[in-house]
Design a protein around this ligand. Structure first.
Ligand SMILES: Nc1ncnc2c1ncn2[C@@H]1O[C@H](COP(=O)(O)OP(=O)(O)O)[C@@H](O)[C@H]1O
Ligand SMILES: [Mg+2]
Length: 332
């Protein structure tokens, strides 16, 4: 399977993708451009249309309208070429519960046309990479949810496709397995793969994704780098604490004067907080404070978090639907 990559074509280019199920507008006109060699995050709450979008891009579901190309190949008219270049997690459904993890991976690899020897070597490598070596001989029916998730990702990597769709790879995983998964995703991209990652978790998108599309009710409502999204809502915040707490009111007055913004003072902590619309004014604040003999104990400039971004653009908190990963399965 050596479908030539169209040089210069983005990994994914989708315009106006639509999929309705009866009266449910699962995907309602999605545009996406995913550059090669990056992690692209599709961030949205449960039911936003993430899985349906992924299934259309991976040729598993026919769009009702719109167009999508993967490395320049049309998902509708060149689906065979597209399929040879993508891997999808969650695809590994036809597993045999009575076979061991190793046997399942080998069967899967043989189905992809690899030799017996090649299949055995790759399966052993992948099981080791995903910390499943010890469990490799156990039948799948004894696997926990976290172990299944890792085996699923391992299976999708047998063919090392140039584009990998990871549909909520860490939902419901305990924090340790989750950070292992993050490391694996980073390694994949370092090795030249392009990853489209869907997630309900803001911190995951923030940590992993080079670019993020925020999706809600089947539509992309914002996109850009994490920094661009953060900059699009409100300003950074300056926090500053004078070494001598009794000077806090005087320091607050200076901050207000230099920034021309209202400063708030928390009297107990002696901490001053003010919006920082122009970060280039920071040195002026520091100089003015020194001129007045006010020493600083602590200071930081905080960008708005992705949580605030989500709240601003969707009007509801990001965790309204998302589960708390720390409250999940710990068996893995
Ligand atoms: N096969 C289907 N039949 C009917 N409705 C569906 C089907 N798949 C998804 N939906 C609906 O489409 C919407 C988007 O679903 P989905 O793409 O799975 O969202 P997400 O992956 O973001 O949670 C939801 O309202 C869901 O209930
Ligand atoms: Mg989904």
């Amino acid at each position: 399977m050596n479908t030539p990559l169209h040089t210069g074509a983005p990994a994914i280019e989708a315009h106006g993708l639509v999929k309705h199920f009866g009266s449910t507008k699962a995907v309602d006109g999605v545009d996406l451009v995913v550059p090669t060699g990056s992690v692209y995050g599709v961030l949205g709450p449960n039911g936003a249309g993430k899985t349906t979008t992924v299934r259309m891009l991976a040729t598993l579901l026919k769009p009702d309208a719109g167009q999508a190309k993967v490395f320049g190949y049309d998902v509708a008219t060149d689906s065979v070429a597209v399929r040879s270049m993508v891997g999808v997690t969650g695809q590994y459904a036809s597993v045999d519960e009575d076979l061991s993890a190793t046997e399942n991976l080998i069967v899967f690899s043989r189905l992809l046309g690899k030799s017996r020897r090649e299949s055995r070597i790759r399966s052993t490598e992948l099981l080791e990479e995903f910390g499943l070596t010890e469990a490799s001989k156990r039948p799948l029916k004894e696997f926990s949810g976290g172990m299944r998730r890792r085996l699923d990702l391992a299976a999708s990597l047998i063919a090392t496709p140039p584009l990998l769709f990871l549909d909520e790879p860490t939902t419901g995983l305990d924090p340790r397995t989750r950070s292992q998964m993050w490391d694996t995703i980073r390694q994949l991209v370092a090795g030249g793969s392009t990853v489209l990652l869907t997630t309900q978790y803001l911190d995951e998108a923030d940590q992993l994704a080079d670019r993020i599309a925020v999706i809600d009710h089947g539509r992309v409502i914002a996109d850009g780098t994490a920094d661009e999204l953060k900059n699009s809502v409100g300003s950074s915040t300056l926090q500053l604490t004078p070494a001598d707490r009794s000077l806090a009111p005087a320091a607050a007055a200076i901050v207000e004067r230099v920034l021309s913004e209202p400063a708030t003072l928390s009297p107990e902590a002696g901490r001053i907080t003010a919006p920082m619309l122009r970060p280039d004014l920071l040195p002026d604040v520091l100089i003015a404070l020194r001129e007045h003999g006010i020493a600083i104990e602590a200071m930081n400039v905080q960008k708005p978090s992705l949580d605030e971004v989500f709240l601003t653009i969707t009007g509801k908190p990001a965790d309204a639907n998302a589960q708390d990963p720390s409250a999940q399965e710990h068996a893995a």
